[in-house]
Design a protein around this ligand. Structure first.
Ligand code: G1P
Length: 303
């Protein structure tokens, strides 16, 4: 069975929830302290040994490409000033991985974005990482997901229990336990179930290790929830169809630190949590944060 060596990261979304900042800036470039969100995700893929990274981009995503490209003018200026620390920060994303790009001309949904990776990926299993979910580097889980794929074949998704009031925001799984307490068999998957109809409180978090048979299924997947081609719908077919080579979907249960950067409130929480945990900024920031929350300053907000 082939090893997992490639990561696919869709970055073609419109970022509607963050307008107006996403009018001219891709949402993947929003800073989480001093790095854009996308860099954390590429770093996670590389830490799992996936040096071949395909970014599925769209219109107005040039800043993402520039971020992972050389900037000799800036590098020369920093070198002349002898600013090695900033030079390393600027070189970091360039040297991180072998990054490739494919364009998703029309944003037709996550399933369609993954289908755009077909030619690059070929007939190998591959990982998909979604930029809105940041996994804390102390709790990286992709290696475990890859080992489940290597042991059982098929596809693997990451699952996390969420409050019942939030399940309708995610893909949701019906599961059965296995011998490994961290791994479940998936019997069914539903994209954004209507309130009260979710089969469990286990939500699909944006990490997947997929069998290449998913491409064949995606080709035949009609638009679903929100009029978009949903990856969850294709995976649902793979949970049901033994006839398809590479079928079968398992879930890895996650209880680590995960930061949702997909909407304004959770984005703010992610920035605060990561800044508070940094060794350079954390001590001073935590002290300020405490005195700020203890003060009355925020009780009369201005826009
Ligand atoms: C996507 C997937 C959904 C998954 C979620 C995780 O939804 O379609 O199944 O639970 O990512 O973040 P989106 O958040 O793009 O609407």
């Amino acid at each position: 069975m082939s090893a997992v060596t490639k990561a696919v990261i869709p970055v073609a979304g419109l970022g509607t929830r963050f307008l107006p900042v996403t009018k001219a800036t891709p949402k993947e470039m929003l800073p989480i302290v001093d790095k854009p969100a996308i860099q954390y995700v590429v770093e996670e893929a590389v830490a799992a040994g996936l040096n071949d990274v395909l970014l599925v981009t769209g219109r107005a995503k040039r800043a993402v490409e520039d971020h992972f490209d050389e900037n000799s003018e800036l590098e020369n200026a920093l070198a002349q000033k002898g600013n090695q620390q900033m030079l390393d920060a600027v070189r970091g994303p360039v040297e991180l991985a072998n990054i490739h790009y494919v364009r998703q001309g029309v944003p037709r949904g996550l399933g369609h974005a993954v289908a755009c990776a077909k030619q690059h990926v070929g007939d190998e299993p591959f990982a998909v990482l979604l930029g809105d979910d940041l996994i804390d580097d102390r709790d990286y889980v992709l290696p475990k997901m890859i080992s489940v794929r290597e042991k059982h074949g098929g596809s693997v998704v990451l699952l996390m229990p969420v409050p019942e009031s939030e399940v309708h925001l995610y893909g949701c799984a019906a599961v059965r336990p296995t011998d490994d307490p961290q791994v479940v068999e998936i019997d069914d998957l539903i994209e954004k179930p209507a309130k009260g109809t979710a089969p469990s409180n286990l939500a699909v978090i944006g990490r997947y290790v997929l069998d290449p048979s998913v491409f064949q299924v995606l080709d035949a997947t009609a638009p679903g929830q929100g009029g978009e081609v949903q990856l969850t719908d294709a995976l649902r077919v793979l949970t049901k169809t033994d006839a398809i080579k590479g079928g079968g979907v398992r879930g890895v249960l996650f209880d680590g630190r995960r930061y949702d950067t997909g909407d304004k409130l959770s984005y703010l929480k992610a920035v605060v949590r990561l800044a508070a945990g940094r060794s350079d900024l954390g001590p001073e920031f935590r002290e300020w944060l405490k005195s700020f929350t203890d003060s009355q300053e925020f009780s009369s907000p201005k826009n």
